[in-house]
Design a protein around this ligand. Structure first.
Ligand SMILES: Nc1ncnc2c1ncn2[C@@H]1O[C@H](COP(=O)(O)OP(=O)(O)OP(=O)(O)O)[C@@H](O)[C@H]1O
Ligand SMILES: Nc1ncnc2c1ncn2[C@@H]1O[C@H](COP(=O)(O)OP(=O)(O)OP(=O)(O)O)[C@@H](O)[C@H]1O
Ligand SMILES: [Mg+2]
Ligand SMILES: [Mg+2]
Lengths: 249, 249
């Protein structure tokens, strides 16, 4: 069984997809074979961030026309993408049977991979919760702002109450300074320990960096478009932390 | 019947909630009595942006413990808030019956209001689609970036195919320049007209403005925290456009 990491957040637009893509690329550079799954099923974005144009997507798998292996597209070295669909409301909230079909297909892949990295939709819907619970590890992304902080805590609370396997990990994005990131992470750890009795494991932070929006416009991961940028350095450090820590083989 | 405007987007984190709050405040300044509804039911954010602390929320209405009138909290002049709940997955996707209960309660309010302004969750789920279809008008928020553009188009497409009452309106947020906003709006109008035969009505744009994150940290709308900021001016112009145009009494 290939280990699975879910990237989730609660609040929208906090940088989940950029983290998923760049974490995958940074791990690929280290020789890890990563299968990146766009599990924001109704609103595909990973293909746009990677600059690839898939002909088929998970909708074709769920309707039985294709297998997961048949829809996979090559990304940067070490990274393969399982693309989602754009504008399909019925995929935003799968019924239990189709959700099982999807998770079973991902669990029995007929290909070599060291890690499955799943980018999950924002929110706390049943679909988000069940995809996170199916993963071995979950990393929750937040920013220092109050709405993102509250939504991240709410997601951690719901996941923990619904029997998450391991304590969630945390990444603070859009940090103006390392101190602000630490302060935000510290506050989340404090409320999670006090009210939920769970020890959130802080992986680190990604600074606010204009090279990310620039890379998004180029439809190329910042890791390859601006490899010397502060963001690329941050993603590399997170990949190091993730792969020597909870995801290590 | 009080007219209802829904603020939606497809992509997460594009500025829907800040637009909803500041549009409500700008209209309130013009003497309009606005009922702001946090229809991102599972992840309340409007209370945090207004700096209010509701004791009850829509969860209490849906469980039959309170009426909508009983959970309403006062906001800035002219604005009342119907608060949502934080961290309640069962509210992210209501069943048809409970969704009907909510819309009926909003439709038969026992209070004076000139406009109901609904902040909808990101995404294209059935809940998002049905709340938009229940509104008289929908304004879709996008940014100039490709993922936001594609998600906005996907939402417009799904809404139009599912029988939206009137052509959607559009606001471009995070614009670096007015030209970039116009170029983004123009591209959306072009694909919507060519592929969907619908004429999207562009309301205007909000520039990237640091006073918005500063206001978010203060838990105060930018309209009242930084009334002379570029963002406040943009929100005032949008309120003028909305109230003399499609929402005019
Ligand atoms: N560290 C950063 N510095 C500057 N901009 C950033 C950073 N991280 C993300 N962004 C910007 O924020 C936008 C949103 O990021 P992204 O699409 O990854 O968020 P998301 O959480 O996946 O959103 P959604 O809720 O729609 O899934 C990006 O388009 C990018 O421009
Ligand atoms: N014009 C702007 N200039 C600068 N920052 C902005 C602007 N508009 C929004 N923001 C920033 O983007 C963040 C996200 O905005 P907001 O929460 O309103 O988005 P949303 O679309 O409601 O997100 P969600 O998908 O979670 O509902 C805010 O916290 C704010 O800091
Ligand atoms: Mg995303
Ligand atoms: Mg919002």
């Amino acid at each position: 069984r290939v280990p699975m990491l879910a990237v989730a957040s609660g609040k929208g637009g906090v940088g989940k997809s950029n983290l998923a893509v760049n974490l995958a690329v940074a791990l690929g550079h280290k020789g890890v074979r990563v299968l990146l799954v766009d599990a924001d099923l109704a609103q595909a974005n990973l293909d746009l961030l990677l600059g690839v144009h898939p002909r088929f997507d998970l909708q074709h798998v769920l309707s039985g026309q294709k297998t997961v292996e048949e829809i996979i597209v090559e990304g940067p070295p070490g990274v393969k993408l399982v693309p989602a669909c754009s504008g399909a409301p019925e995929l935003a909230e799968l019924d239990d049977y189709r959700r099982e079909v999807l998770l079973r297909a991902l669990g029995h892949l007929d290909m070599a991979a060291d890690l499955i990295l799943m980018d999950v939709a924002s929110g706390v819907s049943h679909q988000v919760i069940s995809l996170c619970r199916a993963a071995d590890r979950v990393v929750v992304v937040t920013t220092p702002e109050t709405p993102a902080f509250c939504d991240a805590y709410a997601l951690i609370k719901v996941l923990w109450q619904r029997g998450l396997q391991a304590a969630p990990h945390l990444v603070v994005n859009f940090a103006d300074t390392p101190e602000e990131a630490e302060e935000t992470a510290h506050r989340i750890r404090l409320v999670a320990r006090r009210f939920l009795k769970v020890d959130v494991d802080v992986w680190g932070h990604v600074p606010f960096d204009h090279s990310i929006p620039r890379a998004v416009r180029l439809q190329e991961p910042v890791m390859t478009a601006f490899p010397t940028s502060p963001a690329a350095a941050a993603y590399r450090a997170l990949a190091e932390r993730a792969w020597t820590g909870p995801l290590s083989p």
